[in-house]
Structure formats: structure tokens, C-alpha cells
Ligand binder design. Structure first.
Ligand SMILES: *Cc1c(COP(=O)(O)O)cnc(C)c1O
Length: 381
């Protein structure tokens, strides 16, 4: 058996939607983009949505909208994709890292509070694997110290906290439609906000800084550049795929949840494996299903475990290589900083992301579980 780590669900309706746009003669941003924005706004339940060419672009605009200065500090997680941290650096501020929780792999509210200084301007959180961060505690901190919350919600479209969708109740949320994410447009992203001021900035900056979009110019040649902006727009070809995908999102999440429940049931009484703790007030979108290996009870390390699964035809992954391991960010960490990121290192040493996607079959899931059990049986201490 050969099981890929991830696989997008693309059906007839996505293909027909793309064909429709190609036939229409309007390929760049237009009616489909507006329709996709409306659908997202309705799904998330927020005031404003702008779709963009990636979540990375969304993060860049989110951080730029805060008008940061060189000495400003943004607290974030070291257990994330590099794009999260790059957005802080590109906005000219300094990333400060707070350790994660060992049970959720999300940034720990207490660790955030420890890192707050007079220079702290915002908290950039990331909902790991689609499991929402502890928002009550984080919102309380943000109120107490007057800090903006920016969400890297690349994994969290459809996730809920206290019955509310991620993106519906905080200042800025950034979503991804990259090929591996819960819905995809191939490449794509969106920024969601409830604040008119932030939306106005995004609208001003995302397309060169041109004040009226070319599709609104109705053939007129005249336009004004009011800000030195970016080229972050999504095309109608991709928006048409997104429109078909969002219709299926709740079904996709249900399928992912079903797979997660099968894994969890299989590992429940397994002393060699633990998994992310999902508390009752959270709805996980299950972008990832990460397990932690109990290295104290095994004679192998995580990398060897991944190799063994690979030999059985099962592709897995690791989310994420901690930010402090990458050469580009070494200068942001002193030895003392690293000592305060012990949970991140602990989780990183043990973590493996298992395949989880709507097209995964019951046979494949059974094979993954039995392969894991075989490896454990062989290498238990
Ligand atoms: C995928 C991902 C991104 C980047 O998304 P793009 O749409 O590819 O730019 C950002 N942050 C996290 C945590 C991600 O997993």
C-alpha cells in the first residue's frame, strides 16, 4: 500500500467551475472573487473579508496594518510555519517567542504574559492543526495590556471556540487555501476582520495601492495610486475553485473528524502514543492529526519511526521544525530564550503528523494504525 501524507479533494464541480471562468473571457480578479468573499464572510460570520493570493500575503498585510516601528515587539509561537514569523520581520518589528502547551501544541497564555514588555504591540497566535488556542485567556491578556490579536488561522477555517467560528470574534484572522489545507484554490488565502479601518488598509494595499480596481473602471484608462502597494489579488479562476470548495467544507471537516476519532480510539489505551487534547469548548477542524511518541518507553527516536512508516508505504510529516532551528532566525534567540522554550523542544522531538484527509479510506486508516502498532511492538523498551 502507498499512502500519501495529503491529497486535495477535487471533483467534477471544481473542474467545471474553472472551465466556466476560462470560457467567460475574464480570468483575473472579478465577479468570482466577489462571490467567494461573500461566501467566506457568511461562513465565518465576520464583517469584512478580502481574498488574496496566499495566507502569507494576508499575514503581511495584517502586520503592516498595525503600523509597527522598529522597536515594537510581537509575541508569537516558535512552533509554526516560517511565514508567521516572516510577517513580523517584514513589518519591521521584532518577534518574541512564547512557549507552547504540551497538550495542545498551541501558544501558552501564561507564557505570553511572561513575555510582555512596554514594547509589546500585538500577539500573533496560530491555531495548531485547526485546534483553537485558549482564546478566553488570550483575549483577557489582550484587554489587560491593550494588545491586538492577529490570528494565523491557516489551519482553522471552520474551527470553533465556545461555539463561535475562528475569524468571527477577533481583530484580524488570516486563512490559507494552499493545496494541503482544509479547502484549497491551489494557492490562495484570505484576511478576515471586524474592523473597518483594517479592511480599508487591506483594500488600499493589496492591489498595487490603486484606488479603483480595473474591473470597476469599466473601460476607462484612468487610475490613481494612493499607496505603494502589493500584488496580492486572487484570480477568478482560483476563486471559482474556492467557491465550490467552501460549499463542501463542513462535509470535509466531518470526514476529518471521523478519521481523527478512529485514530484517537485506537491510541486511547496505548502508553506509547499520545495525541492533541481537544477540550469540550473547542471544535477542531482537524487539518492535522499529530501524535507524540513516548520516547521514554521506546528504543527508537522520532526520525527512525518516520522512516519505518515510510518503508511500509506510509508518508507522514512533522509540523513544525521550530523557528529557532532555522539559520535565518538564530539571531532572535539567546541561550536563555531557548531554555524557556522547553515544551516546544519536547514536542518537536516526539511529534509525527499522520495522514488525515477526506479521501483517506477505512482500509488505509486500518493499515496506518496496524503499521504503527507493529513498529511499537518491535521497538518497545
Ligand atoms: C500553510 C501555512 C501558512 C502559509 O499559507 P500560504 O497560503 O501557503 O501562504 C502560514 N502559516 C501556517 C501555520 C501554515 O500552515
Amino acid at each position: 500500500m502507498k499512502i500519501p501524507f495529503t491529497k486535495p479533494t477535487i471533483k467534477k464541480q471544481e473542474k467545471e467551475a474553472v472551465f466556466g471562468v476560462l470560457k467567460s473571457g475574464w480570468l483575473t480578479s472579478g465577479a468570482k472573487v466577489i462571490e467567494f468573499e461573500q461566501a467566506l464572510k457568511k461562513y465565518i460570520g465576520c464583517k469584512f473579508v478580502k481574498v488574496l493570493n496566499s495566507c502569507t500575503s494576508a499575514l503581511n498585510l495584517a502586520l503592516l496594518s498595525l503600523n509597527l516601528k522598529k522597536q515594537d515587539q510581537i509575541i508569537t509561537t516558535p512552533f509554526t510555519f516560517c511565514a508567521t514569523v516572516n510577517s513580523i520581520i517584514h513589518a519591521g518589528a521584532k518577534p518574541i517567542f512564547a512557549d507552547i502547551d504540551r497538550e495542545t501544541f498551541n501558544i501558552h497564555p501564561q507564557e505570553i504574559e511572561k513575555k510582555i514588555t512596554k514594547k509589546t504591540k500585538a500577539i500573533l497566535i496560530m491555531h495548531y492543526g485547526g485546534l483553537p488556542c485558549d482564546m478566553d485567556a488570550i483575549l483577557e491578556i489582550s484587554k489587560k495590556y491593550k494588545l491586538v490579536i492577529v490570528e494565523d488561522a491557516a489551519h482553522a477555517l471552520g474551527s470553533q471556540y465556545n461555539g463561535k467560528k475562528i475569524g468571527s470574534f477577533s481583530t484580524i484572522s488570516c486563512f490559507s487555501f494552499h493545496a494541503t489545507k482544509n479547502i484549497t484554490t491551489g494557492e490562495g488565502g484570505a484576511i478576515a476582520t471586524n474592523e473597518k479601518k483594517i479592511f480599508d488598509f487591506v483594500n488600499k494595499a493589496y492591489f498595487h495601492g490603486i484606488d479603483i480596481q480595473s474591473w470597476q473602471r469599466k473601460g476607462s484608462w484612468f487610475y490613481k495610486v494612493i499607496y505603494p502597494g502589493f500584488k496580492y489579488n486572487l484570480s477568478d479562476i482560483l476563486a471559482a475553485i474556492g467557491l465550490e470548495q467552501i460549499k463542501q467544507l463542513d462535509i470535509f471537516i466531518k470526514k476529518r473528524e471521523k478519521i481523527a476519532n478512529i485514530y484517537t480510539e485506537a491510541f486511547k489505551k496505548n502508553e506509547f502514543i499520545s495525541y492533541q487534547k481537544v477540550s469540550a469548548n473547542k471544535r477542531d477542524s482537524y487539518y492535522l492529526y499529530p501524535i507524540l511518541l513516548n520516547l521514554e518507553k521506546l528504543s527508537i527516536d522520532r526520525n527512525f519511526f518516520i522512516e519505518k512508516l515510510q518503508k511500509k508505504g506510509i508518508n507522514t510529516s512533522v509540523h513544525f521544525i521550530p523557528i529557532y532551528k532555522h539559520p535565518a532566525y538564530k539571531k532572535f534567540f539567546t541561550k536563555d530564550d531557548l531554555k524557556q522554550l522547553r515544551n516546544t523542544e519536547y514536542v518537536y522531538q516526539r511529534i509525527v503528523s499522520l495522514p488525515i484527509y477526506p479521501l483517506l479510506t477505512q482500509n488505509q486508516i486500518n493499515y496506518i494504525i496496524s503499521s504503527i502498532n507493529d513498529i511499537i511492538k518491535k521497538y518497545r523498551r
